[in-house]
Ligand binder design. Structure first.
Ligand code: 1QQ
Length: 394
């Protein structure tokens, strides 16, 4: 069919904003190296040096599968890198569980900076946590690197804040364009978690994209993270007769929404955001996940040597395939390693400078290169749930 090639090109597009930093131009205004406590067996004389990196993850509670995937990706990378960097650099990871809570993330960041004396922090998992804890790290002049923060405004927190996660402002329109084209969508209904920054941001992107594409919005509904009954909202949305339901949520609530929507007889397209990029979706939604459309920067099915080597190593260690969260975590430690080696010592300020200069990084979650505004370029692929896994939507 005529739309087929167009669809394929829409499903894989060039993206412009993967790794971003908060400042807009040169780093000349950055303060002199923070002398207080950031030195860890620093070495500029060619000796091996140690760098302790903190990790703040959603390791327990309703989104623990995100944090577990991130931890697995980081630990796999750590083993590989400490082997490869022998005699030059030894990295140590110090994990802290935020429980997916802002308070938890703030406490973890404070502890890692002030007690554990880390050179940098990876995480926290949720955008809301980064909005709360990022300013603490930024104020303490400690690099903090988001690996799953997809909301607008993350890099505006400050010049010590970085991320390699694909923003929803790019991922969602990619998925929506592909779905609208293929499934001839005209009318959409939206549902989202109103007490989660990520979900609210995703909803805003979905709504703006729908408006831009000239789609009719038949209805909107909200719920809260922690809710388990979505019948009232979905029954109301069903009555508005949409062609598609757009869901902005984390995997637990999101999967329950998808399941309930199908049970209530909502038969049209269901499209979700970044929160669905985890195999838990299939556990929670079961066969009702079938047909769910999502965009992701990483697919374990991608026929690429680097990706397949990663998938193989991950499967050997954990006996399962990596998801996007594992892949972005894995990449982040490679970025840290490269930047620390370039810095030649475990120093927060030097590391921040190197992270800001990073160019042309090839990771498993895509090739990142960065323009003069440090907007990276990468690829997103649109996937659809089929028989218990995500496969290319084409
Ligand atoms: C964010 C996200 C979540 C889905 C991470 C788990 O993208 O909070 O920004």
């Amino acid at each position: 069919m005529k739309g087929f090639h167009l669809l394929k090109s829409l499903a894989t597009i060039s993206l412009g904003a993967v790794l971003m930093v908060g400042c807009s131009s040169g780093n000349t205004s950055a303060p002199a190296a923070n002398e207080g406590g950031a030195k860890q067996e620093a070495s500029t004389d060619g000796q091996e040096f140690t760098a302790k990196i903190g990790v703040v993850g959603f390791l327990s509670g309703s989104g623990a599968a995100y944090g577990e995937a991130q931890k697995a990706g980081l630990e796999l990378a750590l083993g590989e890198l400490n082997e490869a960097n022998k005699g030059k650099l030894k990295m140590e990871l110090k994990f802290e569980d935020s429980g997916g809570k802002k308070e938890g993330a703030i406490n973890a960041v404070n502890k890692l900076i002030n007690q554990d004396n880390v050179v940098a922090i990876i995480g926290p998992t949720l955008s809301g946590e980064m909005f709360a804890a990022g300013p603490v790290a930024n104020e303490a002049e400690t690099p903090i690197f988001g690996i799953s923060n997809t909301s607008e405004g993350i890099n505006d927190i400050g010049e010590y804040v970085f991320r390699n996660s694909l923003p929803e402002s790019i991922a969602i329109p990619t998925a929506m364009k592909a779905a609208v084209e293929k499934n001839s969508l005209k009318k959409v209904a939206l549902i989202y978690a109103s007490n989660d920054d990520f979900s609210v941001n995703g909803y805003k992107v979905m709504k703006a994209t729908a408006e831009k594409m000239g789609l009719e919005i038949t209805g909107e509904a909200t719920f809260s993270n922690g809710d388990v009954d979505f019948s009232a909202q979905l029954t109301k949305l069903k009555q508005t007769n949409p062609d598609a339901l757009l869901v902005s949520a984390l995997y637990k609530e999101g999967s329950m929404v998808v399941k309930k929507a199908r049970e209530l007889g909502i038969t049209g397209t269901i499209l979700g955001g970044n929160g669905f990029n985890n195999p838990k979706v299939f556990e929670i939604a079961g066969p009702e996940a079938e047909g769910l459309i999502v965009a992701t920067p990483f697919s374990p099915e991608k026929q690429d040597d680097k990706v397949q080597a990663f998938v193989k190593a991950f499967e050997a260690k954990y006996n399962k395939k990596p998801d996007q969260f594992a892949a972005q975590a894995y990449d982040s430690l490679y970025i840290m390693s490269q930047s620390l080696l370039a810095a030649g010592k475990a120093d927060r300020e030097e590391l921040r400078g190197q992270l800001a200069q990073l160019k042309d990084f090839t990771g498993v979650s895509g090739n990142l290169s960065f323009d003069e505004k440090r907007n990276p370029i990468g690829d997103a692929v649109v996937v659809v749930a089929k028989e218990g896994k995500f496969v290319p939507f084409e």
